[in-house]
Design a protein. Structure first.
Length: 286
């Protein structure tokens, strides 16, 4: 089981569209099994008491409500992108969890990420959706019901990875295995820590550079001179490449820390081989 965080966004609609692979709309009806869990105590139904499948837009709008009218709310880093997403993928060859198990996975990752706190009535709104087999996506609005910003915990990736290992043990899922050689293991762990620090979305080495590039692009995009606007577009592409690089580094760090259980063992020297191609009160839907 491999968890991954995504760059934060300002609107839940495009994030949900990316997960679905299509634009959210009032005509796009979800089955009752699509949303497997959501914030404890949140009556997410657009129309209370109505027993029907809700559209993707009807899920996106309530997620955005805490942000509406609070455009000035921002994180400690002066970041107003409040929509936070985690995706969780099963290891290749793993069994498909049942719906209650997916619900437990969602709830526990929400707690590990700090967006679900038992007893916190002013906490974040979040939903967990399953758009395809073997994957879960959790979307949260970091603007709380009381209008304040919910900070993400330090060492977030480590917290998520640790919860993934516990879930694998509790639910009998495939757990990625570490290399047998301790020296190789230590080197991989150190490399994973370094790559995580570099690619961290908020405090990594690339985060500052990407922030500067994005800010310059926003300032120049409406410039009256064509060559300046062209430079702004190049900066936008540069920012996207930096974002992709951050994600690649994070994915590589996760792979180094938790190599796939299906990876073949390294061949012994000199032997030719063939090339091988806790549950909380979070509510679940019914």
């Amino acid at each position: 089981m491999i968890p991954r965080t995504h760059p934060r966004a300002t609107d839940a609609g495009p994030v949900l569209s990316d997960i679905l692979g299509r634009t959210v709309s009032t005509w796009d009806r979800f089955t009752s099994n699509f949303v497997v869990a959501y914030r404890a105590g949140w009556d997410a139904s657009p129309e209370a008491g109505e027993s029907r499948d809700w559209s993707s837009l009807e899920w996106a709008v309530p997620l955005m409500e805490p942000s509406l009218g609070r455009l000035g709310v921002e994180s400690a880093e002066e970041d107003r992108r409040a929509i936070f997403r985690i995706d969780v993928r099963l290891a290749p060859g793993d069994r498909e969890p049942t719906r209650p198990e997916w619900s437990e996975i969602a709830q526990r990752f929400a707690r590990a990420a700090g967006i679900e706190v038992p007893g916190d009535e002013q906490g974040c709104r979040w939903i967990a959706v399953q758009a395809q087999p073997g994957q879960l996506d959790l979307i949260a609005n970091l603007v709380r019901h009381d209008g304040s910003w919910q900070p993400l915990p330090s060492g977030l990736l480590g917290r998520l990875a640790g919860e993934a290992r516990r879930l694998e043990d509790d639910l009998g899922l495939i757990s990625p295995q570490r290399p047998a050689t301790r020296g190789v293991t230590v080197a991989a762990e150190r490399a994973a820590v370094l790559l995580t620090q570099i690619g961290d979305e908020t405090s990594g080495s690339l985060a500052g550079a990407r922030g500067i590039v994005e800010e310059l692009a926003q300032r120049l995009v409406g410039h009256p001179h064509a060559h300046v606007r062209e430079a702004a577009h190049r900066l936008e592409w540069t920012a996207r490449r930096l974002r992709d690089l951050q994600q690649d580094l994070t994915t590589t760090a996760t792979a180094l820390s938790h190599p796939s259980a299906t990876s073949p063992p390294a061949p012994a020297p000199g032997i030719p081989t063939r090339s091988a191609a806790t549950r909380s009160g979070a509510r679940t839907t019914t």
